[in-house]
Write a protein that binds this ligand. Structure first.
Ligand code: HEC
Length: 163
């Protein structure tokens, strides 16, 4: 008789212990949800997500001194592959290995909408950067930045001029 009662008791005790452990494990869940919310990408309406990033007009008007020939594209590709793929991905889709942690996201350089921006604007953005994208003013030469602009253009199909 005695051993049976004892085992009933110990089952009861372990159930109680499980309940306590369960409560402890369950408790932090809402808190960690909140932390996730802090990490989330900017939502629509977030000023960081919607703040326009525009180049000063004198830069937007600058012409690319390098034609988009094989030599320029080769130089641009070398720079891009080394410096930019970690965030922008190999095809500019914004899917590099570091991209999921970035806010705002690196966007999609292969979207034809990129053609609405001039070479000068893209050059200026690469030169200046904007957090979390670094400035390439002191990392790349002037020429390398123009070559990489030519290379970026190969990601996005050029829209046909509207009739
Ligand atoms: C650390 C990650 C990171 C690296 C490395 C990086 N970028 Fe970016 N890039 C971003 C992010 C994030 C944005 C969006 C910034 C914003 O909108 O405020 C961006 C934006 C851009 C834009 C503007 C896109 C648009 O729609 O106007 C261009 C062009 C660009 N990057 C080119 C490059 C090039 C070229 C390189 C390499 C020389 C590079 N980036 C390296 C993260 C990065």
């Amino acid at each position: 008789m005695m051993p049976k009662r004892a085992s009933f008791l110990s089952v009861g005790v372990s159930l109680a212990a499980l309940a306590v452990i369960g409560a402890v494990i369950a408790a932090p869940v809402p808190a960690s949800r909140n932390l996730c919310a802090l990490d989330a990408r900017p939502q629509a309406g977030d000023p960081r997500a919607s703040a326009p990033w525009e180049a000063p007009p004198e830069w937007a008007e600058k012409k690319n001194p390098f034609p988009s020939d094989a030599k320029s594209l080769e130089a641009g590709k070398a720079v891009y592959t080394k410096q930019c793929t970690v965030c922008h991905g190999f095809k500019g889709k914004g899917d590099g290995p570091a991209a999921p942690g970035l806010s705002p996201s690196p966007g999609d350089l292969s979207d034809p909408i990129m053609w609405k921006q001039t070479d000068g604007t893209l050059y200026w953005k690469i030169t200046e950067g904007r957090k979390p994208m670094p400035s390439y003013k002191n990392i790349l030469t002037d020429e390398q930045r123009w070559h990489v602009v030519n290379y970026l253009r190969t990601f996005a199909p050029k829209p046909k001029p509207s009739p």
